[in-house]
Every structure is written in structure tokens, then in C-alpha cells.
Design a protein around this ligand. Structure first.
Ligand SMILES: [Zn+2]
Ligand SMILES: [Zn+2]
Length: 265
């Protein structure tokens, strides 16, 4: 394997049934039920294992009435990832569904954008509406990690290893970042919440939890530039990711899929 080619996985750990109208600013004319899937992502390669986000645990799931299908560590086990040996966690942003499971990666350094930490600890959190997707304890724990010398701050674009770069997009959360990974099928972009569903990017629509609608829409253009094609962009919550990509091994269907393998189109 060359020095900059990586394997990439999406691991589903939970889901939430909701009305389609809840997924778009201005609602949706087809107001049927749909599913929002919760994922974490794993990058494996010659430079070790990188987690992209950490998901949430059973306590947080109960607080927000969500369903955990398989806890995050169970999913990691299926692809041979020992959380204690993970060196890097890329925190795309600090929303509650991406920044929990605090103690699962005791030896990892956390990569976060300056703007995200400033946003989650600053004046915007005095507004109830902007605070909704944050959990106070997640933010506290990240501040503690700063004081334990376990955070690495980034401002804009940075390379974490050959073939792995992070890019600030903003929009949905002020310091939201995506991850671009070089794979054997070209550059894959883990969009996280820069794009919740394919429909957001395909139809130019916006998820209702948003710091800036303008930056969200501009972000779609950035994702398209960073990815080798539209089929190299991986949205953060779309259930069809599990249909498009092959299971990482037999028996892992609808749970753990390979993103560095071409999707079934
Ligand atoms: Zn989010
Ligand atoms: Zn999210």
C-alpha cells in the first residue's frame, strides 16, 4: 500500500425516525417519515487509525430519545480497531451526536477548528436556539482535553498525514470541518454535517439547524471541489450510504460499510 492511500469506513451506531419536513429549512412537500442515521467514520492506513467523530452513548441517547443500534465500540471491533490504540480523533464539530463517548479514546489527540471551540464556548451559546444541538457536558469535556494537552487546533485547511486533510466549511456549525481522504478510488470527502443527506447537496437545500445558511450553501461547492466526483462525497446522516457501499465483511450489512470501494450505482 502506498504511503498516502487509506481505507475508509462508515459505521452506523444509531438512528432516529422523523418527518421529512424536519430535515429542511422551509419543510418538505412530501411529508412522510424518514430516517436520520448516526455514523462515525474510520480512516485506516500507513499512518495509523483516525476516528472521525465519536458519536453518542446510551445516556445521551435516552436524554434525546434516540435509538442506538450498536454502540460505537462494537462497530469498531468488527474492523479490528482497538479504541485505546487510536491516536487521532478528528472532531468535525461539537454537536451532541458527534462529540460524545468521551472516554472511549483515552490516548487520542483531538483535532478541532479554532472557530468551533470559540463558537461552543462563546456568546452564541447565550442563545437558546443556537444551543439546541450542543450538550453542555460535551463542551466541558473538550475544554478539559485542552487543559490536558490533548487538543490540536486548526484554522482552515491542514494536512494531518499524507492523503488526509481537514477543511473548515462552517455553515451548519460555525467551525464545522470536513475530511478529505485519498483512497484507491480517488479523493473521498467525509462531509459529516456539511451535508446531512444527498438531497441537500443535490437540490441546494439546507438542514434547519444552521449557524449560516449562506456558508452552508457555499460549503456544498467546496465539497464538490474537494471530492473526485459527487459519488465521492459521503453525507453525514443519509441512510442510503448503507445501501450504496458494500459491507466491510459478510454479516455487517446495514452497519459497517467500506467507502474506499466504488458505490453500487
Ligand atoms: Zn451537527
Ligand atoms: Zn449530526
Amino acid at each position: 500500500m502506498s504511503d498516502d492511500i487509506h481505507e475508509v469506513y462508515a459505521i452506523k451506531y444509531g438512528e432516529h425516525a422523523r418527518r421529512r419536513s424536519e430535515n429542511y429549512v422551509f419543510g418538505d412537500p412530501h411529508d412522510e417519515m424518514t430516517t436520520l442515521v448516526y455514523y462515525v467514520w474510520v480512516i485506516k492506513g500507513p499512518h495509523g487509525t483516525f476516528m472521525v467523530d465519536t458519536g453518542f452513548d446510551e445516556t445521551a441517547a435516552r436524554e434525546r430519545d434516540r435509538h442506538i443500534s450498536h454502540p460505537v465500540d462494537q462497530g469498531l471491533k468488527t474492523i479490528g480497531v482497538d479504541p485505546a490504540k487510536v491516536d487521532h480523533v478528528i472532531a468535525t464539530h461539537l454537536h451532541w451526536d458527534h462529540a460524545g463517548n468521551y472516554d472511549m479514546f483515552p490516548n487520542a489527540r483531538y483535532h478541532i477548528q479554532d472557530d468551533e471551540m470559540a463558537y461552543a464556548t462563546g456568546r452564541c451559546m447565550c442563545h437558546k436556539m443556537l444551543r439546541i444541538p450542543f450538550s453542555e457536558s460535551d463542551v466541558h469535556v473538550m475544554v478539559k482535553k485542552v487543559f490536558a494537552f490533548r487538543c490540536e487546533f486548526h484554522d482552515g485547511t491542514d494536512e494531518l498525514a499524507p492523503g488526509i486533510t481537514i477543511h473548515k466549511i462552517g455553515g451548519h456549525s460555525k467551525g464545522l470541518q470536513c475530511v478529505r481522504v485519498k483512497t484507491r478510488r480517488g479523493y473521498v470527502v467525509l462531509a459529516s454535517d456539511c451535508c446531512h443527506y444527498y438531497s441537500h447537496i443535490d437540490e441546494g437545500r439546507v438542514f434547519p439547524i444552521t449557524y449560516s445558511v449562506g456558508d452552508t450553501l457555499e460549503g456544498y461547492k467546496k465539497l464538490a471541489k474537494l471530492a473526485a466526483s459527487r459519488h465521492h462525497i459521503v453525507p453525514g446522516h443519509d441512510p442510503t450510504v448503507l445501501d450504496l457501499y458494500p459491507a466491510a465483511a459478510p454479516g455487517l450489512e446495514n452497519w459497517v460499510v467500506r467507502l474506499d470501494v466504488a458505490p453500487k450505482l
